[in-house]
Design a protein around this ligand. Structure first.
Ligand SMILES: [Zn+2]
Length: 239
């Protein structure tokens, strides 16, 4: 299993109050449940303006509905961001994107992590790790790659991990109706992002984390601030 460097906090505490953080991740969880009800791998996300705290876009996975494996929640929501805020001036667009934080129940996959960096996003908060496809340290550290134009993607992992894992677990225990028969039910492996914490305990302000999904989706985290905990967690399952 990959080792993650974790930020000391579960979300950017210098930007969001405890109440705001809980409210935002609860909305992500609601989006994930909407995905579940639609027969999708249940992952939900929001793009939030870190200065105004406005939720600019929200979405869940749409891969099954569209039969398009690229329609992960992060990219679906990004389309809303683009259609709502797009500017003909590329520079101003980059500045606008830099003001947005991604909040998501599960670690962005390799594809989404690369897209986030390419588009200029700089920060992500997620619930649980994506053991199979995580692009924020679990399978590949896409978020840390540097280039002349793009800064590393700062990642906060483990907030609402229990809830994020719980939804995925519920989905997979029922059996993914879109997976091949031999893969519809598989055991869910649970590994916490924060091994020092009880994965079943989610308390306010300081807690939890998650997991991911099957075959199609995301999660993870990173960021290494002073005092970052070296090891990690993770979860997930398969399929
Ligand atoms: Zn993805």
């Amino acid at each position: 299993m990959a080792t993650l460097r974790l930020a000391t906090s579960l979300y950017p505490e210098d930007t969001y109050s405890e109440h705001e953080a809980h409210s935002l991740m609860q909305r992500c969880v609601e989006e994930a449940w909407k995905s579940y009800e639609a027969g999708e791998v249940p992952v939900g996300c929001l793009y939030v303006n870190r200065f105004t705290k406005q939720v600019v876009a929200s979405a869940g996975n749409e891969t099954n509905e569209t039969k398009n494996a690229c329609r992960h929640a992060e990219l679906v929501a990004y389309d809303y961001v683009y259609s709502t805020l797009a500017s003909p001036k590329r520079e101003s667009w980059f500045r606008l994107v830099q003001d947005l934080d991604l909040w998501v129940t599960c670690e962005p996959c390799i594809m989404c992590a690369a897209a986030l960096k390419t588009l200029g996003f700089q920060r992500c908060v997620f619930g649980c790790r994506n053991e199979r496809f995580g692009g924020c340290g679990t399978t590949m550290p896409i978020h840390e790659l540097k280039s002349r134009d793009y800064r590393p993607l700062e990642v906060f992992a483990g907030f609402y991990e229990k809830e994020a894992i719980g939804i995925l677990q519920y989905f997979y225990e029922r059996g993914n109706p879109h997976a091949p028969p031999e893969k519809r039910k598989r055991p869910l492996k649970l590994v916490s992002c924060r091994p020092e914490r009880d994965i079943g305990k989610n308390d306010a302000g300081k807690d939890d984390a998650g997991k991911d999904d099957a075959g199609k989706d995301d999660a993870g985290k990173d960021d290494a601030g002073p005092g970052a905990t070296p090891e990690t967690v993770a979860t997930l399952r398969a399929d």
